[in-house]
Structure formats: C-alpha cells, structure tokens
Design a binder for this molecule. Structure first.
Ligand code: 6A9
Length: 763
C-alpha cells in the first residue's frame, strides 16, 4: 500500500543523524546583493525559506556598507558584487568564502564544533581588507539576528551602544549566546578602533529586513579615532520598526564601523554544549581550528578526486575546490508548500507541507530545488559525501504525492514564491522532469545500506510507474513529455519545460502523436537502474529487466526514432519546417490608439507527421545514456555529428543545437533569447564524456574514435570552464558556443560543477 509506505519512509528517514542535520543548517549563504547595503547571509538555517523547525532564530546575517559618496551614487554605479563564492566548504563543519566588492575583500570563515544537543557551537571570522592603494574607506559591518515570531533574544550592551552579545532561547537551539568580539587588526595585532551603533526593532517579516535597516540609517554618527580627523557616517539609530507594519519577530543589530584592514569574530555558543566546551572558539583557538579544517579539507579533496596526483596545477585545484564548495555551500533545508495545479481542479491548491534538504542550481538566481538538476548535483555530492547524497535523495523522494508525482521545481513557501514570476509558480501535476535521480542512485547503489534502499524502493517504483503511465506515447515503447506550451502563435517553437531542455526544438505543433526520444532514453535508464536495485534487494526484477531490454532494443529504437533525412535520431511529431516569427500589427479597436506591433509565428507550410529536423543534444541521447550497442552502425553518424564543427563541436564543448540546424540561435519570442539552441551546457557534456569513455572501453569498431573524441572533448570543456572562472570568478549556467564566455546565471555551481568529476575522470 503506497500511502502506508510513504508514512513509513517519512517517519523513519535514513541518513544523517539529527545532530549532523542541524550542522548543515549552519551553511552560510549569500542572500542577495543590494547596491547600497550588501547582505551576506551567515545564518544557521540554509538558504531562503529557512526551516520553520529552526525554532525561531531565523536569520543571522552580515551586511556591509561603504561610507563616503552618496548612497544613491553607489546604487547607480553598480548592481552587484564583483565576485563571491565558497573557496572551501566541507558541507558540515567548515567553510571559507571570499567576496570581492570593488576593491574591498571580505573573507568569511566558519567552524562548527559539535557538542551538546543543539548542534554545538559555531564561530565566524570576517576579515576585511582593501586592494590597491588610496585611503582606507570607512566601512560598516552589520551583524544581525532576527526571530520570526518564536524564541526570544536579549541584548547585552556595553557602554549603551556596543552589542557585546545576544542571549537567546529558541525551540531548536535551546539557550545560546552569540558573542561579538571587539575587532582587531590583521593577524591579531591588538584591538582596532571602531565606532558602534545598535538597533533593536520589531520586524514585520524576514523579507523586510533590508528595508528596515535602510529605514533606520541616519547620516548623524561620527567616527573619531584619536588624533585623526573625524568622519561622519550612516549609523542605525533608534528602536522601533517599519511604520505601519505590525512586528512578527524581533531584530537585534550590531553595527561596527571601522577602517580596514580588520578582523571580526562572532561566536555562537550553545547552552547544552557547555560541558563539552574547552574554551571559546575565538582568536588563536579559532585560527588553529580553521587551519586544521583547511588542511583536512585539502587532504580529503585530494583523496577523493586525486587532482594533484593527475598533475592538475594549483590554480586548477583551487578552482575545482571552489566548484565543489560552492555546491556544498548551497545545500540547505527548505520548508513550505508548493502551489499545485491538478487536472482534476480549476484552482491551484497548496501541496502538503514539505521539508526538502537539497542543493540548488544557483545561490543567486535559482535558490530552490529543481528535480533533474538534483540528480546531477548528487553525482558530485555522492563522491564527496555519500551519506549526504543519500539523505538528499531521500528528501526528494519524500516529495512524491500519492500518484507518484514529484513537482519539478520546488518553490516552497511564501518567501520562495516572492522571487518567482507568477506564471512559473504553479506546478502542474502532469508535468514530469528527467529522472536523473536514478542516474545518481546507480552510482550510490553499490555502497548504500540495504535498509535505506529498501525504503527507497517502493517510492522509486511509484515514481517510475507514474512516468510510465502519464508520459506514455502514442504507440508501445514510445513516450511523450506532457505540458508543452500550447499557444501556437506565441512561440517560434513551443517550449517543453518538462524535458529540462526548455526551448530545444521539438515538433512545431504539439500533439498527442509526438514521440520524444530523450524521454524514451531516460525511461530505458530508469528501468535499468530499477532492475539493478530490485536485484540487490531480492525483489522481482524481471519486469524491469524486460522493460529495460525493450527500451534498449536497437532495432526498435531505429524504427521509432531514426530520421534518415537528418542522418540522426530524432523526435517524431506533427511538424512544419517552415515557421518564422514575423512582426504583426493587431487591428485597432474602433477609436482606440493603434496597437503596438507584436512578433507572431507564421507557419508557411502545413505541419505533417514527420521527424523533427533538429540535430542536437536530443539526437545524441541513445549514445549519451549508452543505449546504443558499441557495434551499432549508427554510432559513426553520431560521433561524426559530435565532432563536426558545423554541427556540435566547439573548442569549448558540445553545443546544444547544430550550427546548421534551422533554429540554431533563434529567439523563441521577442523576449526569449535562445537558451538550449546553441549554448554549451555542462550537464550534457558530462553525459557525453561519460558515454564516450564507456564506448572507448568497450570492444567495438569505433573504440579508437570514441577515445579520441573523449580526450578532446574533456580537454575543451574543462579548459573553458576553468578559463571563464579565472576571468570572472564564477561558474556559469551555460557557455557561449562562439567564444566560450559564461552566460545566463552566475554563480551557477549546480551541474556546471560536474567539471570536477571530468577533471578527476570519475564518471
Ligand atoms: C524562472 C526566473 C530571476 C532552466 O537550473 C534550473 C533550471 C533547469 O532545470 C532547466 O533545465 N533552469 C533549465 O532549462 C533555470 C530555471 C529557472 C526558472 C525560474 C524564474 C526568475 O529568476
């Protein structure tokens, strides 16, 4: 009985101990940037949508503000921090982050020390420096702690203005003290002159914190170091809150104003850890702990990925460490409900209250869980920390509803929703997403404990059956993504968000006749992994084996998806090859103003059932998921398409759509630039490398060629992602096929971080 199984899994979730779970909530996360006041979330609570279960202490942050020049001027001049990211992060106890902001360098480090019953102690150190010469700017750092309706905070003030500590109690933290140590110069060289301001206020909601701080800044404070000129600065003042908004929680804010360089420390000490504590984790003790953790991180990184042994340079190793760390630093808990639309109801309905532990594609742009992204994330996380990966996987499978569906994008709770345009919020219960979690499971399988797998199995079974049932195609052994865009005039080619490849060209006229090649290949992979899992558990594996065999039958694949006119595999559907966007002026309403012209789709040749004339990632799927036999006569054509410079080959990796394909780099609407129509995406390139490696290792006539392509592709991909990181300080969402430049979102240490596994040749 599926429902019963669900309850069992929920209540008995395997994975990390509660204590370790809490530790993971200590990951610092970059919240958002704001030109005048910059925020750095250093909160014990994961990214946005921090856990309700955190028991009230919802935020503990750092923000900074550079004085001098007007605030408005600053906000017009720049719209972001120039670079930031975790350089090291072990996913549990330790992290080092660096932020570069126009000549200012902030380094934030934390160490967690387990102990007691509430997650132990944490200490943070913030080192601020300036680059280049010129007078030191006057800088304010704001540390703040906020509750969201539960828990209490008591300020401990020194001289009426310096917040020396916060004594608090909260449900999950118990009693705690957060101490702000006086700033020192660099390398602990004695106390540093600073001015202090303090604010205690009621907060209407966490999303209003930045506004609240801005609202209480006044240009009346004075910084007057002995024997030096006085400088005025913006300081928080007063108590209160935002006018007209009833407070829901409590905020205590500590503002420290000084001239860099300086070192600031904060120590959170948990009441229940007192007995285990041997002195405060601050000053030299913190330095020693940080050094110990950094050395352990380096060792573990080398033991895991062996990049040093393979001769990677130090900058390359630092880059790979940062890629992994940025992914680990994005892992967090998300709580709330999704908004769902089912076929059975008109109105969107809130889903069940969910707790999701997950990595995110991007801390800045998409700080949420995405189903198929997560499978890729787990490939990397599973190498670093298999228990962590298993725990994340278990959380995702806890999201299944009674039908066996998992919503694709996890926008949990109001705070998460406020960041997403309304048309993207509602999740449709017919919409799937590639089951990449199974890809991850395939790798976790050999070492995963049996009781864990036993609990996963019924849910994976339900999920696979849901896919098999709801995404069935028009004929046996065919599949079709549901939920394509419907408005036929709006898009050059209606998107298929469910596939994960959004605007990748499909049949021009969505219909029930379609058969989607990538989905069919994902199903084959799914059946293969479930068969292996069933075998491991002594459950009936034969039905999965049979499905896997049928879906990998190369002759059947040929019959259903080989497009002779394309010389490659393809989707099939109701398709017109002659479509274009044209400017069009709708008729004016009588007496009304002339309406503005709009781009509309024109179909110049009626669609008919045929193969889709797009050569790109989808065409490669039988190879990517290694369904093609090593001696397949189709293999040379696919290898040729990969290597062809007019098709998929670029010096930076494989582009998503062939250069000579009709929709290559074409916009989908006036406002939708090409996305999966040419760019190089790391996740698919990773699959390509993995597959080529497989074909190079298997006996067959194309072995040499596969090996050759593998070497070149790996070199190109890794070199470019590294080069772009060196140039910009970020991993990017995708890379431009013409020059390799990073595009889309950054930092994007979701699947782009798979470059680490490519460097390690660990597929
Ligand atoms: C829209 C924007 C400013 C698109 O990495 C997450 C997903 C992938 O799963 C998918 O394959 N990305 C890829 O095609 C990003 C999706 C972002 C959708 C949110 C709202 C507001 O942000």
């Amino acid at each position: 009985d599926f429902q019963a199984v669900r309850d069992l899994v929920c209540s008995e979730r395997s994975g990390l101990a509660p204590e370790a779970r809490r530790a993971l909530r200590a990951l610092g996360v970059f919240r958002h940037t704001d030109a005048a006041v910059r925020c750095l979330l250093q909160q014990p609570g994961g990214p946005r949508g921090a856990p309700r279960g955190w028991g009230g202490l919802r935020r503990c942050w750092l923000m900074w503000l550079r004085h001098g020049g007007s605030l408005r001027h600053t906000s017009e001049q720049n719209d972001g921090v120039s670079r930031y990211g975790w350089l090291m992060h072990d996913g549990e106890n330790f992290g080092v982050q660096e932020i570069r902001d126009e000549g200012l360098v902030l380094r934030t480090e934390f160490v967690k020390q387990p102990g007691g019953e509430h997650g132990g102690d944490w200490s943070w150190r913030i080192t601020v420096k300036t680059e280049g010469n010129g007078p030191a700017p006057l800088l304010s750092l704001f540390f703040y702690v906020a509750t969201d309706g539960q828990g209490t905070l008591r300020p401990v003030l020194e001289n009426g203005t310096r917040l020396a500590a916060v004594a608090g109690t909260a449900e999950e933290l118990g009693d705690f003290t957060l101490t702000f140590l006086p700033p020192t110069g660099e390398a602990g060289e004695g106390p540093k002159y600073a001015s202090y301001n303090f604010l205690a206020a009621g907060v209407p909601g966490l999303h209003r914190l930045t506004d609240l701080v801005r609202h209480s800044l006044r240009d009346g404070s004075v910084f007057s170091p002995p024997g030096r000129p006085r400088r005025r600065y913006f300081g928080v003042s007063g108590t209160g809150g935002l006018p007209g908004e009833p407070p829901r929680g409590q905020l205590l804010l500590h503002q420290v104003t000084l001239e860099p360089p300086a070192v600031l420390e904060a120590a959170l000490e948990s009441g229940s850890a007192a007995a285990a504590r041997r002195g405060r984790l601050a000053g030299p003790a913190l330095s020693a702990a940080l050094a110990r953790h950094a050395a352990a991180f380096e060792r573990r990184f080398e033991d895991t990925f062996g990049l040093g042994a393979r001769g990677a340079s130090l900058p390359q190793r630092r880059f790979a460490q940062a890629a992994l760390s940025e992914m680990l630093g994005g892992v967090g808990f998300f709580h709330g409900r999704s908004l769902l639309r089912s076929e059975r109801r008109e109105e969107p309905v809130p889903g069940a209250e969910a707790a999701l532990f997950t990595a995110v594609p991007s801390r800045s742009c998409f700080p949420r869980g995405f189903l198929w992204d997560e499978g890729f994330h787990l490939l990397l996380l599973g190498r670093w920390d298999p228990a962590l990966a298993r725990d994340i996987l278990a959380h995702w499978l806890d999201l299944l509803n009674a039908d066996g569906w998992i919503p694709r994008e996890q926008i949990l709770g109001e705070e998460a929703r406020s960041r997403v345009p309304p048309e993207f919020v509602v999740q449709h219960s017919e919409t799937a997403n590639p089951p990449t979690l199974l890809l991850a499971l395939e790798r976790l399988l050999p070492d995963a404990p049996l009781p864990y797998l036993r609990r996963l199995f019924p849910r994976l079974h339900a999920w696979f059956q849901w896919l098999n049932r709801t995404q069935a195609g028009p004929e046996p052994f065919t599949f079709r993504w549901r939920g394509r865009d419907t408005d036929p005039e709006r898009f050059l080619n209606p998107k298929t968000l469910s596939s994960g490849l959004d605007d990748y060209p499909r049949a021009s006229h969505p219909s029930a006749q379609e058969r989607h090649l990538d989905l069919r290949c994902w199903m084959a992979l799914g059946a293969r992994v479930l068969a292996a899992l069933a075998e491991r558990l002594g459950e009936p594996a034969a039905p999965y084996r049979a499905t896997a065999a049928a879906l990998s039958d190369n002759d059947l694949l040929d019959r259903l998806h080989w497009a002779p006119e394309l010389g490659a595999f393809a989707d099939f559907g109701n398709h017109s090859a002659a479509v274009a966007l044209r400017w069009h002026r709708p008729p004016a309403a009588p007496g009304g103003p002339p309406p503005s012209p709009r781009l509309r789709r024109e179909v110049r040749e009626a669609p008919r059932p045929r193969f889709v004339d797009a050569l790109g990632y989808v065409s490669l799927f039988p190879l990517l998921l290694q369904l093609l036999r090593a001696d397949s006569p189709r293999l040379p054509a696919l290898l040729g398409a990969m290597r062809g410079e007019r098709q998929l080959w670029t010096p930076f990796g494989l582009r998503s759509l062939a250069r000579d394909s009709p929709l290559y780099l074409r916009r989908n609407t006036e406002h939708d630039p090409p996305y999966w129509r040419g760019s190089v995406w790391v996740n698919i390139n990773f699959l390509a490398l993995r597959a080529l490696r497989g074909y190079a290792a298997a006996a067959g006539p194309h072995r040499e060629r596969a090996a050759q392509l593998y070497r070149e592709l790996r070199q190109n991909l890794v070199a470019n992602v590294f080069r772009q990181y060196e140039a910009t300080g970020f991993l990017w969402e995708h890379y431009r096929d013409s020059d390799g430049a990073g595009q889309g979102c950054r930092p994007f240490a979701g699947w782009s971080a798979l470059v680490v596994l490519a460097m390690a040749e660990d597929y």
